[in-house]
Every structure is written in structure tokens, then in C-alpha cells.
Design a protein around this ligand. Structure first.
Ligand code: G3P
Ligand code: MG
Length: 498
């Protein structure tokens, strides 16, 4: 496991207003007085809820290898650091300080204690007796953890992968120790509030899932709410991503429909219905500076969204109906929640995802301005997302085992070598590649091989990893009668453990 502290990942940031971001170079070096002002806060200053994590991907557009002769000649203008100061580091929230509402979704809807699965109190007592007698195994169980990808590992859309349910049952306590083996969920999925996604998932999996163990691609982007006031949020169904942004604390959220309702000529091919108009929030966007663009989820209308994004990227500081003389110096930053090119769906061939949408935008931007687009991409395999997962994992350990530490042996279980596996490998985790999703290859992926192995499904991966940490004879079933003296009928006052 890599050991990190704040100095490895930058320092807490002051609550910088976006107009000040130009004072931070795009390579992450602070310039001017900010160099001195970074660091510990002093009394009376705002609370710092973010950590800046060095980017592992270049902040510059990927489009050129895909573009052939598409673009104009590249500009010879000297590049300057744009206002997108996060090309070199991505802010993530400090998990402990988040004001997320702690809640758990249960398949049967029963109210429960946050973070605790619905087990009988008697069983809890028996389990703790068993655990008292199995110190070594208990220590090992608390020193290992799983990070689960969702699509292609636990579910296919709304369809359960049955081994996923069984794997979670084991980790939620159906094992010889009756112990909860720590696990969190890390998906590049997006487009709805975390709680809505958790409710849906826990119904499919018939397992409790807590908000405190759940990360979508845009979850760490809540940190950006501290940096910008007015933002354009793009993607997702209807107004769900506006809802997501509101929950993250963004103060002034604009969506493409608000802009089309204000000026329908901006999107000439859009059929804008009365219903769209009634549900949108038009304002005079020629008088408002949009400070950043957040692509939270897949665009449902490429033509409209790309046109509006391109207009904003080429505008003077995010003001529509203007065109910047210098496309770089007045460009507002753009963030994408993840970079997957393709996403498996019900269709026989995977469908395009945010990655391809982004490449399209990068190519358009280059073609229209001659400049490479500087942008930030969150999600797996970006290190910031894995660092955030560490934060969430430690918090989860505190909730389930009252011990806020990072387990030593972390296993990432994923189906996509290009996101789950390469990200996990780079972060120093054990990686397990399953054959129930994107990966269709042979013994292992050639470019990004899983270091712990390739498995038929998630249950195989979980059992193999648990046996490695807790012993080959570890039993994946809790049996009351094995430990309950009354059920054994011998009247013994001590707990019998096989
Ligand atoms: O590609 C987008 C999303 O569906 C991937 O989800 O859970 O496999 O990271 P996941
Ligand atoms: Mg997946």
C-alpha cells in the first residue's frame, strides 16, 4: 500500500474565488502571495474541505492522435497558464468533513442503524464471542478490504450478477467469524444523486449499502463547489445532474436548457418543447459569467451540449454572446467526471461514453481555435479518485470497526482493464479482473494485467482473496448452531468454535 500524507498530495486550499485562479500556474506551482497563504488555516478563516491531488493524466487534450488533418495550423502564440489551475492537481473532498447525510439503503426498506447490516442482536453477540476467540483472523479480516467496481462486476444495468449478491453477503457477515469485512463501491457511473443510485443498487443486490461506502465518478467533484460560484452542469437525464450539483453545495447551477430557453438560436437543431421551457430557469446569460463547466454525466443531446460548451470555451470569461480574442487566456475551466470511451449496454456493441464526447469536444476546439484544450478528467483510473477512495475507506473503517485506519491489503475488483485495473495497479492495490463485463480476453489483459489474477466472477475473486488473507480453510458461512451453546444442546457455557 502506498503511504501518503498531505505533503504528497498538496495542501488544503484556501477558498479561492475563481477570479483568483489565474494566480496559480497550471503546473500547480503557486505564484505571488498564494505560495505563502497555502497551508494551515488560522482562526476566523473558512474551513478547508478539500485536498489537491496531483493529476496522473496530462491536462492537455488527447484529440490530436484521433484528428488526422482536422485542425487549423496550431497557434504559435506562447502558451500561458490558463485559469484552469487544476490541470496539475485535482481537488477532492476530505471525507471526514463531508456533510453527507449518512443513510443506508436496505433491500426491504426497513429502517436500520446507519452503516450496519440487519443482523439479529443475538447473532451479533455470538459473533463477538467467536471473534474474541479468533484474534489473529479478526485482525487479518480488519486489515483487508475490497473496492468494487459496479457495472460488469455486481450488476449489468438493472440486472443482478448473482455472484455479486453472494460476495456481499459474505463480506457483510455471512462467514465463520460473523465479521464485516470492509468494502466500498467505486464506480465511473454517474447521472443521479448517490442516494438514488444506492437505493436502486441495494434493491438489485438485496444488500444494505451506505452512502459512506459509495463513490460515483462525480462524487469527488463536490470539492469544486468551494472554487466556483456559477457553473454549467452538463449531462444526465432531465435535471438529475442539477440535483446532484445542488447536493454537492454548488451555489449557482446553470444547465443547457436554461440557456436554450433564454436564446433558442444558440442551438439551431434543438426541438425545444413547452415542457422544456416550463421546467428551465432562463436568465440573461449575456450578463452573467459562467465560471466553469462540469460534465457530470453522458450528454443526452450532443449537438446542443457541444455547441453551448464550445461557445463558453471560446467566450470572454464564460459570458455568452461574446467571443474571446485570445482563446486561452479568457477560457473557463472544464471538468469531466470520467473518461471511459465506451460503456457496455443492452446493445450488442458498447455505446460511446463521456470519453468519446470529450475527444469530440477537444477536436472541435482545436479545429476552431488552433489550440489544445486544457481539461481535467476525474474518475478511474485517475489517482485523485483512488486517493478519495482511501479517505472513504478510512471513514468506513471507523463506522464499522471503530478504527479509522486504512487496511493494508486492498483488493480492487473490476471488469475494465483500462480503468479499474490500471488505476488499481498504479495505486499499489491488489487487482482482480473479472470476466463478467468489459474484459473478454484470454489469460489476462495484455496492456493492463491484473496483478492478483483473472477470475470468472466477483465471488471467485472475493473467496480467493479472503482465503489468502484469512487462511485456506476459512468458512464462507455463518452457522448459529456451530457457536450457540443452546443450539448445541450441551448446556456448555463457552462458545464452541470449529
Ligand atoms: O462507463 C460508465 C459506467 O457505466 C462504468 O461504471 O461501475 O463499471 O465503473 P463502472
Ligand atoms: Mg465496470
Amino acid at each position: 500500500m502506498p503511504a501518503f500524507d498531505d505533503s504528497d498530495f498538496g495542501v488544503p486550499v484556501e477558498q479561492i474565488k475563481s477570479k483568483d485562479l489565474s494566480r496559480v500556474k497550471s503546473n500547480g506551482e503557486a505564484v505571488g502571495s498564494y505560495g505563502a497563504s497555502y497551508g494551515s488555516s488560522t482562526g476566523g478563516e473558512s474551513v478547508h474541505n478539500t485536498i489537491e491531488v496531483p493529476a496522473t493524466r496530462s491536462s492537455i487534450a488527447d484529440a490530436s492522435p484521433y484528428m488526422h488533418q482536422l485542425s487549423l495550423s496550431p497557434s504559435m502564440k506562447e502558451r500561458r497558464g490558463s485559469r484552469n489551475s487544476f490541470g496539475a492537481s485535482l481537488p477532492i473532498p476530505r471525507s471526514k468533513r463531508q456533510s453527507r447525510l449518512s443513510s443506508v439503503a436496505y433491500a426491504d426498506g426497513r429502517p436500520q442503524r446507519p452503516g450496519m447490516p440487519p443482523i439479529q442482536p443475538t447473532r451479533e453477540i455470538l459473533a463477538s464471542q467467536v471473534q474474541d476467540l479468533s484474534g489473529e483472523k479478526v485482525r487479518a479480516a480488519k486489515d483487508m478490504a475490497f473496492v468494487f467496481d459496479i457495472d460488469g462486476v455486481l450488476v449489468h444495468g438493472d440486472r443482478l450478477i448473482p455472484e455479486g449478491q453472494r460476495a456481499l453477503e459474505i463480506l457483510n457477515g455471512d462467514n465463520e467469524l460473523g465479521i464485516k469485512i470492509p468494502h466500498i463501491f467505486l464506480t465511473n457511473g454517474s447521472g443521479k444523486p448517490e442516494q438514488a443510485r444506492i437505493d436502486q443498487l441495494s434493491k438489485i443486490l438485496h444488500q444494505p449499502i451506505s452512502m459512506e461506502q459509495f463513490i460515483q465518478s462525480h462524487t469527488p467533484m463536490r470539492a469544486l463547489a468551494e472554487y466556483y460560484n456559477t457553473v454549467l452542469v452538463v449531462g444526465g437525464e432531465g435535471y438529475r445532474c442539477r440535483e446532484v450539483a445542488e447536493q454537492y453545495g454548488f451555489k449557482d447551477i446553470v444547465v443547457p436548457n436554461d440557456i436554450v430557453a433564454w436564446d433558442p438560436t444558440i442551438a439551431p437543431y434543438r426541438v425545444f418543447t413547452e415542457e422544456d421551457r416550463a421546467s428551465s430557469r432562463p436568465r440573461d446569460f449575456s450578463k452573467i459569467n459562467i465560471e466553469a463547466i462540469m460534465v457530470f454525466s453522458d450528454s443526452r443531446d450532443y449537438a446542443t451540449d457541444m455547441q453551448i460548451i464550445m461557445d463558453l470555451l471560446r467566450s470572454e470569461n464564460g459570458r455568452l454572446h461574446t467571443m474571446a480574442k485570445d482563446p486561452v487566456s479568457q477560457r473557463i475551466p472544464i471538468y469531466f467526471s470520467q473518461g471511459d470511451m465506451l460503456c457496455p449496454t443492452e446493445h450488442p456493441f458498447p455505446r460511446m461514453s463521456q470519453g468519446t464526447f470529450r475527444i469530440g469536444l477537444e477536436a472541435m476546439y482545436k479545429a476552431l481555435t488552433g489550440e489544445d484544450l486544457e481539461r481535467v478528467v476525474y474518475g478511474k483510473p485517475e489517482a485523485a479518485t483512488y486517493k478519495y477512495a482511501d479517505e472513504v475507506m478510512m471513514n468506513w473503517m471507523d463506522i464499522i470497526h471503530n478504527d479509522e485506519k486504512l487496511p493494508k491489503n486492498i483488493y480492487m475488483v473490476g471488469d475494465n482493464p483500462a480503468s479499474d485495473i490500471v488505476g488499481g495497479n498504479n495505486y499499489g492495490w491488489n487487482t482482480c479482473l473479472v470476466r463478467t463485463g468489459v474484459f473478454q480476453g484470454g489469460d489476462n489483459d495484455e496492456e493492463n494485467p491484473a496483478n492478483f489474477g483473472v477470475f470468472a466472477n466477483v465471488l471467485d475473486a472475493v473467496k480467493t482473496a479472503v482465503k489468502k488473507e484469512l487462511g485456506q480453510d476459512f468458512n464462507f458461512e455463518w452457522k448459529n448452531e456451530r457457536v450457540n451453546p443452546l443450539l448445541q444442546g450441551n448446556g456448555a457455557s463457552t462458545v464452541a468454535v470449529e
